[in-house]
Design a protein around this ligand. Structure first.
Ligand SMILES: Nc1nc2c(ncn2[C@@H]2O[C@H](COP(=O)(O)OP(=O)(O)OP(=O)(O)O)[C@@H](O)[C@H]2O)c(=O)[nH]1
Ligand SMILES: [Mg+2]
Length: 313
């Protein structure tokens, strides 16, 4: 069952996606847009330059080659009349690449579990608070679990966010076993009638303990309690890291399975183009984007809106 939380009226009133893309749009992607505004001939030099600029805008070599080849072939067959027409075709192709529309979360009742993973500092804890508020506003009853027990500050940070968004937090002391905290969380959720458990996890562990093994253990504990859980394993990526995000996504996908992505810090990044390589190379849906540091700076990812915003004036 896919729980439809993406009705427009429920979207938070924080920084919008278009606004958060200012850096990407004004920066390297601006150079792509400018090409279509100049009166230029659509010759071999044009396509070569477009390829170069798309790569600089962090779309990745593979994705760029596919996009430009498609445009070039279309032009060979039926000649674009103007650069504007070629731009419209590029925008269309980019939208298609992103899959179009939004992808929901699978959050069955009575209790769904969302595991939130990612390397340190990408924006996991902040995104969890934003997601909790978003879900609460959609009528769900979230409960947060402080599964990042590696640092005391991480536990405190989640507690502070929990208070801010008025969502309860289950925590134990620093150094405790994350699986034990999650086990407690499930018990607490059942006792309090919460229907979505969102688990924060560490982005790095003591060097002797393998992060992926720890995450797998948490998954096993959850499964023992709720056989089809975790229902979502969301990987948080930092948009600022550009193509590096792709490398992280590959290793988490291999180790723990990922059902969707949260792309945080889109507002701070000039590398929003990485979205296209992620979509193409991993076929993992981007479910949410973080568009700022405030709790409402968060939105479901919408492919059409994203591609449209990149080309907006
Ligand atoms: N501008 C901006 N900053 C963000 C966004 N999301 C998170 N941040 C900031 O990124 C920093 C790290 O965020 P955290 O949520 O603590 O990241 P984390 O992945 O939980 O980090 P660790 O617990 O250390 O692994 C904080 O300063 C956040 O305010 C976003 O969408 N936009
Ligand atoms: Mg954290």
């Amino acid at each position: 069952m896919v729980f439809n939380i993406f009705r427009k009226k429920e979207q938070p009133a924080g920084a919008g996606v278009a606004e958060s893309l200012e850096k990407t749009r004004g920066g390297l992607f601006g150079a792509v847009r400018n090409m279509f505004q100049a009166r230029r001939e659509l010759d071999a030099a044009f396509w070569d330059e477009l390829e170069e600029r798309l790569i600089q805008a962090d779309l990745g070599a593979h994705t760029t080659a596919d996009l430009v080849d498609t445009l070039r072939e279309t032009h060979d067959k039926r000649r674009f009349d103007s650069p504007e027409q070629a731009e419209a075709a590029l925008r269309q192709e980019m939208m298609r690449l992103l899959g179009g529309g939004t992808v929901g979360l699978n959050l069955p009742l009575p209790l769904a579990v969302i595991l939130v993973v990612g390397v340190n500092g990408v924006g996991k804890t902040t995104s969890i608070a934003k997601l909790a508020k978003f879900l609460a506003q959609s009528g769900r009853k979230p409960l947060l679990v402080a599964g990042d027990t590696f640092r005391a500050a991480a536990i405190d940070q989640l507690k502070v966010w929990g208070e801010r968004v008025a969502v309860p937090v289950v925590a134990q002391g620093p150094g405790s076993d994350p699986s034990a905290v999650v086990f407690d969380g499930i018990k607490a959720a059942r006792a309090r009638g919460a229907d979505v458990l969102i688990v924060d996890t560490a982005g790095r562990l003591h060097t002797k303990i393998n992060l992926m093994e720890e995450l797998k253990k948490v998954q096993r504990i959850v499964q023992r309690q709720i056989p089809d859980a975790p229902h979502e394993t969301l990987l948080v990526l930092d948009a600022v890291t550009g193509q590096n995000a792709l490398v992280q996504a590959k290793s988490f996908t291999q180790a723990v399975g990922v059902t969707g992505l949260v792309l945080a810090k889109l507002d701070s990044s000039s590398k929003g183009g990485v979205v296209f390589s992620i979509a193409q190379e991993l076929s993992l849906p981007i479910k949410f984007v973080g568009t700022g540091e405030r709790v409402d700076d968060f939105a479901p990812f919408d492919a059409g809106e994203f591609a449209g915003a990149l080309f907006a004036e």
